[in-house]
Design a protein around this ligand. Sequence first.
Ligand code: B12
Length: 511
Amino acid sequence: MRILLVNTNRKPDLLAAPPLGLCYVASATEAAGHEVKVVDLCFAGSNYKESLRNAIQSFNPEVIGLSIRNIDNVNILHPVSYLPEVLEVTETIRRCFSSPIVVGGSGASLMPESVLKMLQADFIVVSDGESCFVELLRSLERGESPEAIPGVGMMLGDKFHITEPVLGEFKGPAPDLGRWIDTKPYNRIGGSYNIQSKRGCRQKCIYCTYNQSLEGNKLRLRSPVEVVDEIEEALTKYRPKIFEFVDSVFNDPLEHSLQILEEIVRRPWKAEFTSMGMHPRNLDKQYLNLMWRAGFRSFMITPESASDKMLRNYRKGFGKDDVVRAAQAVNRTSFAAWWFFMIGGPGENNDTLQESLDFALKYLRKDRRPVTNVAHFFIGVRIYPATKLWEIAFEEGFIDTNADPLKSLWYLSEDLDLDRAVNQMTEAASICSEIYLGFDENILVFSRAAALFFKIFNFSRPYWRHFPAANRLGLMTGLRFMYRPPDMSGLIRDCLRRQGYVGRLIQETVT
Ligand code: B12
């Protein structure tokens, strides 16, 4: 069959994410004997509808697969939903194509029923897409109903039906990103070439979806040699500036990530690496040293809090001591580390918030250290279906039985004095250029100009490592808070109000 696969993610910024998952599906579909074409809309600009129509007319596909990565931007201070633009894509396709449309990707996996209904697609694929999509195509070819295929969701009459996905081993043809899409625009804007070394996440964080419908909680590891072979091939073929591991947690299990790092060190070539989601435990001198030797110069780390109480409540599986130890070790290196803090989970109060801010002020400032730290503080915790937080949020009245998961739904601890929390965060950010607040993310709209500037002056990658310098400049010139939302607590309250919350955090302003 002729299969057209479309990346609907149109977020071309400094954190642009090449559609790795879609490319995995493309390679598996081709290996199963189909003719495959991939259309990437990320950099298609306002002409994207035309690109899409042209691809449909010239390729004449029999099935179209859409990948949906982001539902929203997970930011309570400036919430953006990406679904309206995905709907525009499906509507454009529907106008010139009447055969089956299949949607997949993390966005689709998180809330399959709502996404399928909203987009009026024919089928939805949850979790791993490769074998499930191939089986779905086989049944369509034979004219059979795919309803019993694990991972496939569809409407049966007016009822949504889904067969639970079965997550098998992580093996199969390499995604070969550079073959399916043009990686140059990603490279130009500061993005990376993605690599996945495992699937599954065994952490038990109460708010997270990775161990649920996204990847499951059972680790599925790829052979380290195979992972590094993939890197070597991509390096030779596409010469990306930087590779990025997109595993949920790169350094868990430790042994597997050690084997990958050692394998990279053994190879004769040099490449630069970064990673998202490092676990603070085991991030000691020895491990960091090996990362450096392998070519890592930066990474993201997601403690979410530096308060023991909050780490316990989030079920992070590590304590404040681990976070401090990791910071001390990182501070003795020249890495760029982007630390994420999620303020407002169950039990958060102004004291636990202050503990996290104090941690950033004490450990994450430059203070003549070789390291570059970014301490990113978000407020509000996004509530996803099937998580423990969903249950807590329901019990505490943040959502009710009719809550629509497609809307961005938020939890914020009622133990917080919200106005004071906003002041605490702003105050810390005004004396510490390493601290980034949720609204700073708005700066990403200037990504193209910034990337051009960074390129001309040959700034090192990833470009986020220059955020603290930009902040310092902002603080020196008085520009730092000029564009911040004037009433941050008001924005947060509006979000909570929109989702139907009527609790204490809102009543405070009324009385
Ligand atoms: C790594 C990562 C990042 C990195 C990306 C780095 C990079 N160079 O790509 C960084 C940190 C930069 C990042 C940024 C963001 N991220 Co992020 N990120 C992830 C993470 C951990 C992994 C994504 C990934 O690459 N997975 C590996 C690939 C192989 O898996 P996959 O895409 O899911 O594909 C499989 C299936 O979904 C399926 N599939 C995929 N497409 C298709 C298509 C068809 C037709 C079929 C049948 C199947 C199918 O098959 C694939 C193979 O099995 C996920 C969480 C997770 N564990 O999935 C969050 C996640 C995708 N991110 C999320 C978000 C929100 C964001 C941001 C918007 C945050 C922000 N405010 O900036 C940005 C958006 C960036 C962008 N431009 O799009 C959310 C999206 C959900 C939501 N609420 O919208 C997720 C799910 C995390 C979460 N909150 O639960 N992210």
